[in-house]
Design a protein around this ligand. Sequence first.
Ligand code: NAD
Length: 424
Amino acid sequence: MSISNLTSRISGFHRMSAEERREAVAAFAGLDGAATAQLARDGNIDPHLAEHMIENVVSSIAIPVGVATNLRIDGEDVLVPMATEESSVVAAVCNSARQCYDRGGFTTSMSGGEMIAQVQLLGVADPESARLRILERRAEIGALCDACDPMLVRLGGGFRDLEVRILPSRGGTMVIVHLIVDTRDAMGANTVNTMAETLAPRLAEWSGGRSLLRILSNLADRRLARARAVWPVEAIGGEAVRDGMLAAYHFAEADPYRAATHNKGIMNGVSAVVLATGNDTRAVEAGAHAYAARAGRYTSLTHWEMTAEGELAGMIELPMPVGLVGGATKIHPTAQACLKILGVKTAERLARIIAAVGLAQNFGAMKALATVGIQQGHMALHAHNVAIAAGAVGEEVGRVAAILVERRQVRQDAATEVLAQLRG
Ligand code: NAD
């Protein structure tokens, strides 16, 4: 991996105008004029393109794209575009990453790049024998899968392995075939679905049963992205903060009610990068939550512990089926501009960056919860939305928001009252 000298430590980034920030990002990422101009355009999707993407198009909805700073990932600084409608998500990543930047930032890895397609076989009289009959045809099955996508094979991907499971169910015993495919820089849903549909009649014939469902599994547990980082105790505000954060993690680890919200916070960061890069947020969300419950009990996607030196160490591991080609990644111009900001050349690098963002987001949420509470930071930003909803325009927005926060009354009725007072 190339180690660059570019720095993500852009001081005063949050105080710059959007135009200044675009210039800073363009300078960092070496964006051309077209990419910068695209970022400058609000509601930046061509209506004709939208028509090709989905059905019944009437409009498009613009979600703000913020850029997270301070991230150092595997020795390389990176600016990370995040698409989200939720206040304080981007700020939390910036703050969390700053607190581990001098300690080296994030170290990441990936388990592999394989997706799983499932073929459901019903009415198989001898499931155990059928399992072996199918496994005996591994080479033939591999060749049939690869023939579905010669381009993928040329790129070094294609069929990798075969699994056959016998699944007892409410409706009787099923035989489930897993086609395991390396989809390289594509998320791979369409790719593996095509393979499953092509193989299904053969599998039905060999098993003596009939095939029904033929589709990928979103529990992409052969495509796990991992990230870890260490936060020095002095950088996070002392031992009491560290111990509070560990207690917050222990709560999430032990309790599904807490874990759901803990993981939702992680996905605030993860989904924002997935969306900004034109990837499938639902696929990543489904995979993450299924993976969090893999031991039979829903739990935290992150792990936290104290190092021998008393520092706070965090780790995350979750399925990350994202691509640089396929789906909307290639055709949405804003997704393309966001991928250029990231400077990623492989889907693996993108997946690893997203894992680091998820860990940073979790750090931010746990720290806030274990200290001042989530509302202090959240409400300061949210107050702007409340002020706008109450009718504030221009400079009124900041003034109304500041008064709401000071009074600890970030509410619509209070905003209406404050606005009326300001306007005399
Ligand atoms: P795709 O079929 O559009 O593109 C993948 C193809 O691109 C490959 O078959 C390959 O031939 C080609 N390709 C070119 N360069 C490549 C490279 N460097 N690496 C790998 N392939 C390369 O897209 P996809 O990734 O197969 O499917 C993603 C889409 O499927 C998303 O839009 C997703 O929303 C949708 N989808 C998701 C689900 C789900 O359950 N998650 C189900 C169905 C569809």
